[in-house]
Structures are given as C-alpha cells and as structure tokens.
Write a protein of this length. Structure first.
Length: 372
C-alpha cells in the first residue's frame, strides 16, 4: 500500500505560468477576436500562438515528463475575468455574446503541447465541432443530456444533487479518442474536486488479484452514449488494457464498458469489477480543486477521470463552469480524413468515424509514447 501511495501522488505537478498571459493575449490581438469557428480564423490564431510559443515557450519538457509520470498536470494561468457573463448552458465558440479569454488560453496550452509532443498529438479538433458536438463550449455539468440507455435527463442544478461522476476515459467507446484532454476552469465557487486515477503497472494489479491478462483480451464492448450512435449491431470487441505492461493504457467507462456475451463473460466481468473497485479506493484517487484560470491536462490513455459529488447550487451563476478541449493524435488523421463533413479539416462525423474504426482492436500508440 505504501508503494502505491508513492507512485500515485496526491499532489499534482502544478506550474504557475500566469506571467505569460498578457503577452499571449497581446500576440493574438485580444480583445479583437477572430472567429475560431471558421477555418481562416482558427488557422490565424493557431499560427500566431505557434510562432510566439516557438520563441518563448509557455512551459518546458519538465511539465511533459510530469504528465507522463503522473497522468495529469495543473497549469495555473491566473484569474480569468470574462467580459460578458457566460450562460450556464452549453454554447458554441464564435457566439457574439461570449468572450474569448479562456478559449485563447486553452488554445495556447494546446499549441505548446503540440510543439512539445509532435509524435503524440498533431492538432486541436475544430473549435466549432468535435464528433458532431461542441468543443471548448461545454459548461459542465449539462442541464439536459441523454444517458447511455437513451433516456433524456434534465437537471435542475439549483435543486438537484449529483453523485460523483463515474470514472471514465473520454470516448472510450472507440479508438479515435484523443490522447490528451484539457479542462479550463472559469468558475468553481463550491470548490468541486476533479478526480482521476492513474493506471498502475500490470505487476501492481496482479498483487491485488486483478486479472490484467483477461483485461487485455478483445472480449469487452465499449458502448457509446445512445444519443450519439444508433447501434444496430453490437459494438466491436476490444480490450480494456493495452500497451506496455509497465505503463498500461486503458479504454473504459464504468457505465459503457462491459464484458461481451460468451463462455468467459463471468471471468471478464470479475476482472473489470475488480479493476474499478481498486481504482475507486481513496488511496488510488488523485483529487484537485480547480480555480479560475487553472488548466488541468489529463492523459486520456493512461487515466480515468471524473469529478466529486455536486450539491445543489441556489444561484445559477455559482455553478461549476469548466471548458473542455481535446487534442488529436497523429494516428487518427488518415482515418478522420475519410470522415470529414465540411471544408474544415478538423470537423468530422462521429457516427462515421465510429463505424470506420470498428476493425481496430486498440489505438496504435505513437512512437514517442512507446519510448517514454
């Protein structure tokens, strides 16, 4: 147990980089903002950040090493003061009623990660659309959404409490999920914790009687949310764990992953249940309270994440507001090029991408990740 506590640190690697913020905003001409939802505006903003950060980096390789080691880092960019109060609902970037500070800072962090990890991530998905949804516009939690069983759920956050979010990898249902995820905090009045668990080596799982060999077999289904894909056939079978035994990657969602029907279902169910029970133990969870201007960078292949329980928030403006941003991997590009639905190179249809990847057993890890 002591060994686990050492290798799964409670304190995240935190980097205060707020001194860079005024310079970065000046680089892209804030407060005059390009339309990040269109190709030209996005490219302009991306290019300016890339040129600036190539000369004066936002952070260095030490941050990347910490991300590899711990599965997450927190970049402290300083307080974000939105010029116009955002609505508590989801909204698209490019909306005239929404200001851009948090969007720009998220993009700057993403550009820096692309510069430092060219073998792992090559670009950011469109600010206008990701898998047919929204990007950098999610105010979490959503007011209305569909659950995995296809039922619509409406939440009144002024009255309703919510349990801790299940541990999951974003887009565990298919192999096109992004290897890195950024969460930029705008508000967190109630100081709700973000939670994640780093997947330990196979040898450590074995010490706790968790059958990693079974978890590495192609006998699990990772069902997508019903609101995204109408499954006429069963989801493709893939493993839960893959990659190096000393630093396993994972694809799993506590609600959407289950063992396929067959003679080994009981054994596979037991292995998966044991894994989640292990990861949910308090000594194996890392917790962090994000404040305004904090960016949490998560390795979406090496960790499962969630958030602590939410209590009712009487004032809508006091809800937890966190924007999401995903970085795509170089291995995704050839397949995504076949799934484009617009002239924008980073916009593609989630359904088409899902079914185009059904024959892939697991992601092909980038060379840099295999060597790290």
């Amino acid at each position: 147990a002591f060994w686990l506590k050492v290798t799964m640190p409670k304190a995240l690697y935190q980097v205060p980089i707020h001194d860079h913020v005024p310079r970065l905003l000046e680089t892209i001409g804030y407060p005059k903002r390009p339309n990040l939802g269109d190709k030209d505006g996005f490219s302009l903003c991306w290019g300016r950040f890339q040129e600036e950060l190539s000369q004066r980096p936002l952070f260095d390789g030490q941050v990347v090493a910490a991300l590899r080691r711990q599965g997450a880092i927190v970049l402290k960019l300083g307080t974000i003061e939105e010029q116009v109060t955002p609505t508590p609902e989801q909204r698209r970037v490019g909306n005239d009623h929404v200001t851009a500070v948090s969007d720009y800072l998220s993009l700057a962090v993403a550009v820096q990660l692309v510069l430092l990890l060219p073998d792992d991530v090559c670009n950011v998905h469109s600010f206008e659309q990701l898998y047919g949804g929204r990007l950098l516009t999610d105010i979490i939690p959503q007011t209305v959404h569909k659950t995995f069983d296809g039922k619509q759920r409406k939440i009144d956050h002024t009255k309703d409490a919510e349990d801790m979010m299940r541990l999951h990898a974003d887009d565990a249902d298919h192999v096109l999920r992004s290897p890195l995820q950024l969460l930029t905090c705008i508000k967190n009045v109630k100081r709700t914790e973000s939670v994640f668990a780093l997947i330990p080596p196979d040898s450590t799982l074995g010490k706790y009687d968790i059958d990693s060999r079974t978890l590495r077999r192609d006998i699990y289904e990772h069902a997508p949310p019903a609101s995204l894909v109408d499954l006429k056939d069963r989801p493709p079978r893939r493993p839960v764990l893959f990659g190096p035994a000393d630093a396993p990657s994972i694809q799993a969602d506590k609600k959407g992953t289950k063992a396929s029907e067959g003679p080994e279902k009981s054994k596979a169910d037991e292995a998966l249940t044991s894994l989640f029970s292990f990861l949910e133990k308090e000594e194996n969870l890392c917790r962090v309270v994000l404040g305004p201007g904090d960016v949490l960078v998560l390795d979406n292949l090496r960790t499962l994440h969630g958030r602590a329980a939410l209590q009712p928030v009487p004032r809508r403006e006091d809800r937890r507001w966190v924007k999401r941003l995903w970085l795509s991997s170089t291995t995704m590009e050839p397949l995504l090029s076949k799934c484009s639905t617009s002239a924008h190179p980073r916009v593609f249809d989630r359904n088409k991408a899902f079914w185009s990847s059904t024959e892939m057993k697991h992601p092909q890890l980038a060379a840099g990740r295999l060597q790290s």
